[in-house]
Ligand binder design. Sequence first.
Ligand code: NAD
Length: 267
Amino acid sequence: MNRLDGKVVLITGAARGIGAATARAMAHEGAKVCLCDILDEHGKALADELQADGAEAMYLHLDVTSEEAWSAVVLQATQRFGGVDVLVNNAGIYLGKSFEEASLADWRRLCDVNLTGAVLGIKALLPSLRERAKSSTHGSAIVNLSSVAGLVGAATDPLYSLTKGGITLLTKALAVDFGQRAYRVRVNSVHPGAVDTEMGAQTFVARAKALGTDDLQTARRQSIDAHPIGRLGTAPDIAQAIVYLASDEASFVTGSSLAVDGGFTAR
Ligand SMILES: NC(=O)c1ccc[n+]([C@@H]2O[C@H](COP(=O)([O-])OP(=O)(O)OC[C@H]3O[C@@H](n4cnc5c(N)ncnc54)[C@H](O)[C@@H]3O)[C@@H](O)[C@H]2O)c1
């Protein structure tokens, strides 16, 4: 028996990084996986890889900022898999600018992807999540990717921090709301520290800039030193936490903020 046998999961930003590692981990645990992204080549290649390994997987183009695109994806996922049990709102962008540098256009783009994307995803999937919950022992689940920057202030990118703080509290508000309405849809957030992905690399550039240098190795070293465990996170580190929150092992966990950060926020 695998931890996600019989579950249909939809993951945004699944073409690379944490989303791709989550798709691999979930497929390994028996889930049917719907991978969504705007990086079609990478997304299709990963779906092919998972299928070659014997999993049921499908790639769908989805720009999370588009309500119409969400409707189309829900329809396709429902036609193929009969519904969705788990939504992972993972797609996100990083700005890497100080408050004074960031423009209104920057702010709007951050909000569109990091906040509106998650809101639209939950709106689009909620009917399916509720429906599937009726026939499952422990109900459905939403896992939102926040960040340590959604728990404590991130001076290198205050506006990114703001969007991730929004995700932290959207998660808690909906956990309470859906619980009180007896929807049987749990809602939790995951808060990675610095993770070695494309976005992780962008954070080193921002850190170097804030230090007044272009020495990325120094910035990377400083980032590592901010994590008491003494290393950066890996995408699979984060994926395992997402699998746990999506699985029935977490059936009594809702509204929680799970820091997977090597101790970053512990001091
Ligand atoms: N890497 C880190 O250090 C770190 C730390 C904390 C939190 N996070 C969060 O984890 C999540 C994943 O980060 P990652 O490191 O894998 O980043 P990444 O940049 O490697 O991957 C992000 C994915 O999201 C996709 N995406 C971006 N905009 C999209 C859109 N409009 N529609 C659909 N897909 C879109 C990208 O194409 C990409 O595949 C993000 O929400 C990020 O904020 C990352």
